[in-house]
Design a protein around this ligand. Structure first.
Ligand code: GDP
Length: 171
């Protein structure tokens, strides 16, 4: 009788602890987002991977996944499909498949917008000083980094490079 009561109480305590830790996790995740960053072939070949990653980290973004990959022309063309038909599309595909890139899932408060701020404007000549593109990009076509421009696009772009299992939540 007592043994059964102890088992029941133990199970109750375990369930309570489990749900409390789920609530804590939910609370910590509030306001957090994920976004996709790509360190493009120009910045990889110029050896700026570490400097770029350290800017994300020093602004409070955390890395949830990271890999170096070489896109082929089809991969680059699929990733940038939204730009098909634009005059710079062919050059963009050639450039993005010209060498390895580093794909990164960043997470944190307002990660999408924060990453866009850290990156700077698409055209490095118009980018604010101290941004990645202002400091490391050569031109509008070789502009060091990609970053998702909305939460919705991040949700499409992240699975392009990473499975769920390859992403580790840091919060
Ligand atoms: P991003 O989100 O700031 O990267 O800019 P977009 O999504 O508009 O464009 C994707 C990429 O295409 C940019 O990062 C540039 O490398 C390239 N791109 C965009 N606009 C131009 C342009 O007017 N000329 C050239 N050459 N490349 C461009």
């Amino acid at each position: 009788m007592f043994k059964k009561m102890f088992i029941c109480l133990g199970m109750l305590a375990a369930f309570t602890l489990f749900f409390a830790s789920c609530d804590k996790k939910k609370e910590e995740w509030k306001g957090k987002e994920r976004t996709l960053s790509i360190i493009k072939p120009d910045a990889v070949s110029a050896n700026h991977i570490g400097e770029i990653i350290s800017r994300f980290e020093s602004e409070g973004l955390r890395i949830a996944a990271l890999k170096m990959v070489k896109l082929d022309e089809k991969g680059a063309s699929d990733f940038y499909a939204v730009h098909k038909g634009k005059p710079f599309f062919a050059d963009l595909v050639t450039f993005m498949s010209s060498g390895p890139v580093v794909a990164i899932v960043l997470e944190g408060d307002n990660a999408v917008l924060l990453n866009r701020e850290i990156m700077g404007a698409t055209d490095p000549s118009k980018a604010t000083k101290g941004t990645i593109r202002s400091d490391f990009a050569k031109s509008i076509s070789q502009n060091a980094v990609h970053g998702s421009d909305s939460k919705e696009n991040a949700e499409i772009e992240i699975p392009f490079f990473f499975t769920e299992k390859e992403q580790q939540s840091r919060f």
